[in-house]
Design a protein around this ligand. Structure first.
Ligand code: N01
Length: 542
């Protein structure tokens, strides 16, 4: 059904006007655009990249693949799309996911409404006109009634301010901004800084190509073998024959991801029996490892049992006992995001790979020839910064977002993000965030979380139009209550207890707040449905 918003151009501005402006053309922005078009709303999407795909457009480092099973890391809003697309592997590679994103863009004819190679630099709310005015790096201004940020949770690259960074004479790359033409490391001496998911996926691949590879590890990480495999025709047919059941099972799981979960306490079953279950899950591979028992992320004693199992595996795989000990993490398993790998630990058995521990003494500086650590200069032809992202809030912080009364979102959030449901923020009417801080987002399978948010936002906009409302804004009390609830549930999990990007610890000066909502996808969805069902409880509609 086509809906019309009688919005006008902001007073005194000569700019094009839309019903909805969307920032970002990853999976969130693409689906938001599709829904807006279904509602008959005039919509424009701004995207920095030359193509769609977001995360999967930028993160092209060797070995990049998703660690959520492909058949679940996919849209479910269109049954024909589900049927016509066939995933080739259990965990898709970045090129395959990007092909999927492009397929969706073509199939739903999305490109005409996306303006590529355009960065939004500011978004200001005009109270007089009840419009958002966005300014881009192309010196243009556009306005709209609604503004939706689909800017991603892990899209703003974080390169720590290493002294001498700009003096390096060799090649340097960030995993999250990888060159489209790829990089040939053959014959090169390569340094990798970081041992998070991106590093753990890329290190085994770079090691196969490079002459020498040196990894600088600040915090050892737990990783579980992926056990990736090609999907058989039979398996794909069985999934396609009953996609709704799979989606339904996933929707009812805390992470919106259908993996086997056991609610039993590991402390009740005892270490020996637990070992059998951990071994079974180790052989199965993937993040389901942490679903072995219900208390692994609740009790330090329980967590230790799982951690000890993984450490025993590291000691089994890595030949050199000293290197094995360096690779054994000392923190809680699952506190930082659990990684999934192919041959990560075994890579340290290669003659051309060395590990440098920078945990107690940080990297001193980057030099023209490489990296100085302690008394030693490591010489490199290329340095890979696998140093992660300014997560959850970084992409929003890069845009000057100004709400009512000329107030800046960055100032409002200087002690941590404040949102209602991770979707909206008081003082910023008609503004939505997809998978924003305070929503399950990064603790879930992103695709269903994105779809749930987009469905919420599009229903809300339809409701506004149908009832002739012009603005929606969350109440401050509702936002405060939601923030308290997000904090309260975070405090119950061991996940909030260590220095990770979940709490912003990887970016110096960032407030330490556990910003995703850890209460689980089903509980969150129920709350959103309750809010919408009660005429947008906690919001003021004008
Ligand atoms: O980033 P990270 P990432 N000196 O922040 C180190 C998703 N993802 O890009 O732990 C030395 O995890 C830092 O050390 P420390 C996934 O959600 C998914 O790898 O802070 N080292 C750490 O080792 C993931 O969690 C997939 O002590 C420094 C590393 O850099 C998220 O993205 C694949 C340093 C950064 O690790 C981010 O992963 C890839 C310094 N000054 C990513 N500064 C899949 O789906 C930072 N480090 C599989």
């Amino acid at each position: 059904m086509s809906r019309q918003i009688r919005s006008m151009t902001p007073s005194g501005e000569n700019c094009a006007n839309f019903d909805v402006l969307i920032v970002g053309a990853g999976f969130a922005g693409m689906y938001m655009l599709h829904k807006c078009r279904q509602l008959g709303l005039s919509t424009r999407v701004f995207e920095v990249g030359k193509g769609v795909g977001g995360t999967w457009y930028w993160n092209r480092y060797p070995g990049a693949r998703c660690d959520v099973e492909s058949v679940q890391y996919s849209y479910q809003f269109d049954t024909e799309l589900e049927q016509e697309w066939t995933w080739s592997e259990k965990y898709s590679t970045q090129p395959e996911i990007l092909r999927y994103a492009n397929h969706v863009a073509d199939r739903f004819d999305l490109r005409d409404n996306i303006q590529f190679e355009t960065r939004v630099i500011s978004a200001e709310y005009s109270e007089a006109d009840k419009l958002w005015v966005l300014e881009t790096d192309r010196n243009e201004k556009v306005s709209s009634r609604y503004c939706v940020f689909a800017t991603g949770c892990l899209s703003s690259s974080n390169v720590p301010k290493f002294e001498g960074y700009e003096t390096f004479k060799g090649l340097s790359y960030h995993t999250g901004r990888w060159p489209h033409e790829g990089v040939n490391f053959s014959g090169l001496r390569v340094g990798v800084i970081g041992t998070g998911s991106s590093a753990i996926q890329s290190i085994p691949e770079i090691a196969k190509e490079a002459n020498q590879l040196t990894v600088f590890q600040r915090t050892a990480n737990y990783t579980i073998p992926a056990r990736n495999s090609e999907l058989t025709e039979d398996y794909v047919s069985s999934i396609k024959a009953d996609y709704p059941s799979l989606r339904e099972r996933a929707r009812n799981k805390p992470a919106g991801y259908d993996i086997p979960l056991n609610s039993q306490s590991v402390l009740e079953v005892g270490r020996e029996d637990a070992k059998i279950e951990f071994q079974r899950r180790w052989e199965l591979g993937g993040t389901q490892f942490l679903g072995a028992y219900g208390d692994l992320l609740l009790s330090p004693d329980a967590n230790e049992v799982a951690a000890d199992f993984v450490k025993s595996k590291i000691r089994e795989i890595v030949y050199d006992p000293e290197i094995a000990e360096l690779l054994c993490p000392t923190n809680i398993i699952g506190c930082k995001r659990l990684c999934v790998d192919t041959d990560y630990y075994a890579t340290y058995n290669r003659n051309n790979v060395q590990l440098v521990d920078v945990s107690s003494k940080p990297i001193d500086r980057i030099t023209p020839n490489g990296i100085l650590h302690g008394a030693k200069e490591y010489e490199f032809d290329a340095i890979v910064f696998a140093t992660g992202f300014d997560a959850m809030t970084g992409a929003l912080a890069n845009i000057k977002i100004v709400g009512k009364g000329g107030n800046l979102l960055s100032e409002k959030w200087q002690d941590g993000p404040q949102t209602y449901l991770g979707l909206t923020s008081n003082g910023f009417p008609n503004m939505f965030m997809i998978t924003g801080p305070g929503s399950p987002s990064v603790l879930t399978n992103m695709l269903p979380s994105i779809e749930q948010h987009v469905n919420f936002i599009s229903k809300c906009i339809a409701h506004m139009i149908d009832h002739d409302f012009s603005t929606i804004e969350p109440d401050r009390e509702a936002e405060i209550d939601w923030g308290l609830h997000v904090n309260e549930v975070a405090g119950l999990s061991l996940r909030s207890t260590c220095s990770s990007w979940y709490v912003g610890a990887n970016v110096p000066g960032k407030p330490r707040v556990f910003s995703p909502y850890i209460g689980g996808f089903p509980r969150y969805v129920e709350r959103c449905e309750q809010v919408a069902g009660n005429n947008y409880e906690g919001f003021t509609l004008v």
